[in-house]
Write a protein that binds this ligand. Structure first.
Ligand SMILES: Cc1ncc(COP(=O)(O)O)c(C=O)c1O
Length: 394
């Protein structure tokens, strides 16, 4: 009892991420549950139509994850065993893993030292007669140089599939990400800028690619297979391919529709936070803040600072530990794929293969950036970084 009464100094944790789920989302999900349509149904169709309008794409196909969106995109272009696909080493494993589903090879590429998107020079050097596609990842929400990527793809006969898991809402030279390539894959995972808990979307302007994704996401069943339980639908269904089970559900879509309506507002708040971090951290010599090109709209999904090793006498890992001790949740995006055991074992990558990504990885810290953060929260992050920089100077 005595011990329980002893005052303790507990620090309130500031999580790395808290999704923006409000009463509106909760009510929409409850309503979807009450409607009786708890798998794919009319809400999913509505979400697809809303997303297609928002992006300005002809088709938007809802699926169960960003990984499924990437997988179905590769299937739609007819990726075959023995093909190669260019993927940046600085990404989540999903981007490369889906290539292996086809017994094809993920060919890793280094990143550029300014925005940490896939390096065009390195990509070009990695092209072989087996290269079939390139998957640029809009890292942290900063759009890739799509004009150069498209030019390279055209010249070398590659298909571009964009990994836009971080890129809602993002623009390249005034055009929405999701309208620039034959196929774009989005993720609605819990930490993303628009969430359905788990979920994803494929956008395309091509009717036949859209048809293939639509059929393959639901067991290879003929168009609108989900309608077989409706009054207007027919009980008769046809299996034209061996497909997958990658459909999104109506309660998820109901949540997605509300998130979509708030997307612009949530983005504005993340931009405010990013600008506040920029203003404060550029005053210090201890951190490098993210660069943003003039011709893009950055989605501000992640805010990654790089610590300046010449200023600190501790390593990045210890800076993270110090932030943790102050109750500030941070993350690392990403451990480059070529440093992971699977990619080393199976594809013979080694430490030292991609120097830009490695230097980045040695210095990067993703700070919390989400609309739920208060001014006090962002002050706390800034003060924590200032304090650590002062305390651990060389
Ligand atoms: C760059 C990138 N691509 C793909 C994915 C996969 O998305 P999902 O988790 O929705 O399958 C993620 C998820 O973290 C990601 O960060």
């Amino acid at each position: 009892m005595e011990r329980l009464m002893t005052p303790t100094t507990t620090i309130k944790p500031l999580p790395f991420h808290v999704p923006m789920i409000e009463q509106e989302e909760i009510s929409a999900v409850v309503e979807a549950l009450q409607s009786g349509w708890i798998s794919t149904g009319p809400k999913t169709k509505c979400f697809e139509e809303g997303f297609a309008r928002f992006i300005g794409a002809r088709h938007a196909l809802a699926v169960s994850s960003g990984t499924a969106a990437l997988h179905l995109s590769l299937d739609a272009i007819g990726l075959k065993e023995g093909n190669e696909v260019l993927v940046p080493t600085l990404t989540f494993t999903a981007t490369a893993e889906v290539v292996t589903y086809f017994k094809a090879k993920p060919v890793l590429v280094d990143v550029d030292p300014l925005h940490f998107n896939l390096s065009l020079e390195d990509a070009e050097q990695k092209i072989t007669p087996r290269t079939r596609a390139i998957i640029p990842v809009h890292f942290a929400g900063h759009p890739c140089s799509m004009d150069s990527i498209r030019e390279l793809a055209r010249a070398r006969d590659l298909t571009v599939i964009e990994d836009a898991a971080h890129a809602i809402p993002a623009k390249y030279r005034g055009q929405n990400i999701g309208t620039l390539s034959p196929l774009t894959a989005f993720s609605f995972h819990a930490v993303k800028t628009l969430t359905t808990g788990e979920g994803g979307m494929v956008t395309t302007d091509d009717d036949s690619l859209a048809d293939r994704v639509r059929i393959m996401r639901l067991h290879g069943m003929s168009r609108d297979g989900w309608k077989r339980y409706t009054a207007e639908g027919s009980w008769r269904y046809e299996i034209s391919e061996a497909g997958y089970k990658y459909n999104l559900t109506d309660p998820q879509a109901a949540m997605g529709l509300v998130q979509l309506s708030k997307c612009e507002g949530m983005w504005r708040r993340r931009v405010e936070i990013a600008h506040k971090y920029d203003r404060a951290l550029t005053q210090l010599d201890a951190y490098r803040t993210p660069e943003v090109a003039l011709d893009v709209q950055h989605a501000r999904h992640l805010y990654v600072v790089l610590i300046e090793p010449s200023v600190f006498r501790i390593h990045r890992d210890q800076v993270i530990e110090e932030l943790r001790q102050r109750g500030i949740g941070v993350a690392v995006h990403f451990i480059p794929l070529h440093l992971q055991p699977y990619y080393q074992r199976e594809w013979r990558y080694r430490a030292g293969d991609f120097p830009v990504a490695e230097e980045y990885f040695d210095r990067c810290i993703s700070l919390p950036i989400y609309p739920r953060m208060t001014e006090e929260d962002t002050d706390r992050v800034i003060e924590g970084l200032e304090d650590i920089a002062a305390k651990f100077r060389r």
